[in-house]
Design a protein around this ligand. Structure first.
Ligand SMILES: Nc1ncnc2c1ncn2[C@@H]1O[C@H](COP(=O)(O)OP(=O)(O)OP(=O)(O)O)[C@@H](O)[C@H]1O
Ligand SMILES: [Mg+2]
Length: 356
């Protein structure tokens, strides 16, 4: 529905966007995710017509919209600080764009009521903006952005002004409203958990380029680069060299700093002697009492740190002088290991292989 083709944008010597291409599907919530300064806001502004790219095209429903002004594009941007009008009521804010578009008073009233209901602010139309909580203001901003039924909603870090608990609640609210209205939405955040929890797909950005586009589980389980692997959740990255390719039924053998690992290859097209990274998520490693360590991919190790978090415990263990991070669920049931205690850990056979 929305296509970004080879977008470039520089500010003086800063190359904010370098050849960015992506496609957004109708009705999906897609998130631009990446560290501060990677170009997320710049890309969003290029879509909304607030920033002119140096090169590249933006298509909406098959038409190039490069030269259309922001109000003619069918996009609507919702800013981080909400940019609500402080001297107006809730209804005044939500109906502002409708007034500008010369809607009749009665129709504006009806639409505002409908939107108040949508964002669960029924009855608060007459409230001054400064008498609202942060979460309520956020919902007013959303209602105002939706008022003219844009084709694409652009949200730049819309939850970053809210405290932690409210932020989690508003995530769910936002997602629920987005699905109900079925509006194509581009969401920007640098928070990987936020991104993973509300999005249909993620566009992971780094330094002005797109690193990977995919569903959250795909990005988490099969990251296409070291950057994506370490930006999206914690990860243990092992350096390996392929010793033996295995077969359909036999796992490959990869020599790592921990020792030889047996790895199921799935579709990865690796070669003997090739150098690779193995991506091992902390929650996939098993930790158990110290034994002979004779199982597949089992290694002797020592607990260096342990952080109790209620539902999980996060250990760092030492294996051959390499730190490995492990998340163990339900620790009080499974048993807690002490710092300095010797343990055995088991790396799963289905780790993701990344070519170096
Ligand atoms: N108007 C501008 N003038 C000069 N440099 C700019 C301008 N806007 C952005 N930049 C630079 O372009 C790069 C990308 O900025 P952008 O605001 O798109 O990043 P971002 O990913 O949104 O970061 P954040 O997460 O901090 O909001 C940064 O290096 C930034 O300093
Ligand atoms: Mg930004």
């Amino acid at each position: 529905m929305l296509v970004l083709r080879e977008i470039y944008k520089s500010f003086g010597a800063v190359k904010a966007l370098k050849d960015v291409s992506a496609e957004v599907r109708k009705g999906e919530l897609i998130t631009f995710l990446g560290p501060s300064g990677c170009g997320k806001t710049t890309l969003l502004r290029c879509i909304g017509g607030l920033t002119k790219p140096d090169a590249g095209d933006v298509f909406l429903d098959g038409e190039i919209i490069n030269d259309l002004t922001p109000d003619k594009r069918g996009t609507q941007m919702c800013f981080q600080n909400y940019a609500l009008f402080p001297h107006m009521t809730v209804a005044g804010n939500i109906g502002y764009g409708l007034q500008v578009h010369k809607w009749k008073k009665k129709r504006i009233q009806e639409r505002v009521e409908e939107l108040l209901h949508l964002v669960r602010l029924d009855g608060l139309g007459d409230r001054p903006i400064d008498k609202l909580s942060g979460g309520q203001q956020q919902r007013v901003a959303l209602a105002r952005a939706l008022a003219l039924e844009p084709k694409v909603l652009l949200l730049d870090e819309p939850l970053s002004n809210l405290d932690a608990n409210l932020r989690v609640m508003m995530r769910a609210t936002l997602r629920e409203i987005q699905k109900r209205v079925n509006i194509t939405t581009i969401f920007v955040t640098h928070d990987q958990f936020e991104a993973m929890s509300i999005s249909d797909r993620l566009v992971v950005m780094h330094d002005g380029i797109v690193e990977q586009i995919g569903a959250p589980s795909e990005i988490y389980e099969k990251p296409s680069s070291e950057f994506v692997a370490s930006f999206v959740g914690y990860v243990n990255i092992l350096n390996g060299e392929v010793h033996n390719l295995g077969s359909e039924t036999e796992p490959a053998v990869i020599c790592t700093e921990l020792g030889d690992l047996q790895v199921l290859r799935s579709e990865d097209d690796i070669e003997v002697n090739e150098r690779v990274f193995l991506i091992v998520r902390p929650e996939t490693i098993q930790i158990g009492p110290y034994g002979e360590a004779t199982g597949i991919n089992e290694f002797k190790s020592t607990v260096i740190t342990s952080m109790y978090g209620g539902s999980t415990i996060k250990y760092t263990v030492d294996v051959q002088a390499k730190d490995i991070v492990i998340d163990q669920f339900d620790p009080s049931h499974v048993g807690i290991f002490e710092i300095g205690e010797k343990v055995s850990i088991t790396i799963p056979q289905n780790v993701h292989i990344l070519k170096k």
